[in-house]
Write a protein that binds this ligand. Structure first.
Ligand code: ZN
Length: 432
């Protein structure tokens, strides 16, 4: 199976005609992905101006290609968002074991600041499977942390699971309960996120082998966090004029933001999510700057996607172009793998365009597969789609599974389909 896959891929590359996206562009792509994912870009979040640095870089690339700024002479569209950040100290010790941030544990995105050494009350899932046991635990824990051993999650009956889940939810976020914080031991992959608010207590997810949750008696925690209720960030938008003189537009989008930093040292590179899609879009910028398109072609790099599509929502609320004039929008998010092809969200909705894309791939043998998907409000196409804009969100399949963690790095991102995927999309845009 593995061998067959490799043979198929090399056959694809042999059949591919020499095209604009040759070796030179892969060099450019690797360089840009590396830059966007580098420590200097701070995980493209809201600590140490990661978002400002990244958006400035993208605007510079737009300028180099001669794009027309979309916002009264500026590429930037400012908007405000609320975000909980971790700009200072982040350190956790269980008993005397110091944990490695983002490798052994994650701080929940909603956690408020806390400093000190606290007693820990360990409990397993069976210890919170009735309201009586749960109330007992809360009574004991007034000045302590609760440590939940959640490693056996899902082994109970459905009814029991429902009770336990409700209790875990309350431990995480209920304002009515009073204890210091929650540690959850898990065997699941640690996956981070960014959120707009703080919960009343810190929550720490731990996944560390060789540490027995039942033996933990104390936690020493040094956690700074800062809620920024009106952080000003920005989208980047530019245009290339079409030769047809038509006032309708094609729109190509990608979010440039990622999860930023967890403390002063740890940052989330977000190479696949979404330095890859941003770079894919920048390749489109360079291509159409050299090959004038038929229709006005608008490029938008969004901020705030990871917190809830906030950049695209802000754009749709204050559009810099007439949304009714958009012939089609394609959003690229997760463009860095592709050994199993690509998936097209909204493929079933805009079936005709999906079929054209799929037929182009069959004809030119560019990526291993073009899969169809129904609507899914998972990326920045969605606010446009909700306003009636015909749109796809496309992502690559297969390859490295790093996602929203410190392992989503440029060095390990394969870019398996990148070049062929790019050619396929150029051919697709030619169908308009
Ligand atoms: Zn993404």
């Amino acid at each position: 199976m593995q061998v067959k896959k490799i043979l198929t891929l090399s056959l694809f590359s042999l059949l591919t005609p020499a095209f604009h996206a040759g070796a030179q562009d892969m060099d450019y792509s690797r360089k840009v992905i590396k830059t966007l994912s580098s420590p200097a870009f701070k995980g493209r979040g809201y600590v140490a101006k990661g978002d400002q640095i990244a958006s400035a870089f993208i605007a510079k690339e737009f300028e180099k290609s001669g794009l027309i700024p979309l916002n009264k002479g500026s590429y930037f569209q400012d908007f405000e968002l609320s975000v909980n950040t971790f700009p200072g100290k982040v350190a956790v010790k269980l008993n005397n074991t110091k944990l490695k941030t983002a490798a052994d544990y994650l701080v929940d995105a909603t956690s408020p600041a806390i400093h000190g050494k606290f007693n820990v009350i360990p409990v397993n899932r069976a210890g919170i499977n009735t309201p009586e046991k749960f109330e007992d635990l809360i009574r004991q824990a007034a000045t302590s942390f609760i440590l939940l051993d959640n490693r056996d999650a899902g082994k109970e009956s459905t009814a029991e699971q429902r009770t336990i889940s409700a209790h875990v939810r309350a431990l995480r976020s209920s304002e009515k309960l009073h204890f210091k914080g929650l540690v959850i031991f898990t065997t699941e992959k640690l996956t981070w996120t960014t959120l707009t608010y703080q919960n009343p207590r810190p929550v720490i997810q731990v996944n560390k082998q060789g540490l027995d949750p039942g033996s933990i008696q104390t936690i020493t925690i040094d956690l700074d966090s800062k809620l920024r209720p009106d952080y000003q960030t920005r989208n980047v938008a530019g245009m290339i004029k079409g030769y047809s003189g038509s006032d309708s537009t094609l729109v190509i989008t990608a979010h440039f933001d990622h999860l930023g930093m967890l403390g002063r040292k740890v940052y989330f590179p977000g190479a696949n999510d979404n330095a890859s899609g941003t770079t894919f879009m920048l390749n489109m910028v360079r291509y159409y700057a050299q090959h004038q398109p038929k229709y006005n072609t608008v490029f938008i790099a969004f901020s705030g996607e990871e917190i809830g599509l906030l950049g695209s929502r802000a754009f749709v609320k204050n559009p810099l172009i007439d949304l009714k004039k958009i012939r089609f929008l394609v959003n690229f998010d997760l463009a860095g793998t592709g050994e199993e092809g690509i998936k097209v969200v909204n493929g079933t909705i805009f079936r005709n365009k999906f079929d054209q894309l799929s037929q182009l791939n069959t004809k030119y043998q560019l990526v291993p597969k073009v899969e169809i998907r129904d609507e899914a409000c998972k990326s920045d196409h969605c606010p446009f789609y909700q306003q009636g804009v015909p749109s796809f969100f496309i992502y690559t399949l297969g390859g490295i599974q790093a996602y929203h963690d410190i392992y989503d790095k440029a060095e390990t991102l394969p870019l398996t389909a990148f070049k062929n995927y790019f050619q396929l999309m150029i051919k697709f845009f030619d169908t308009f």
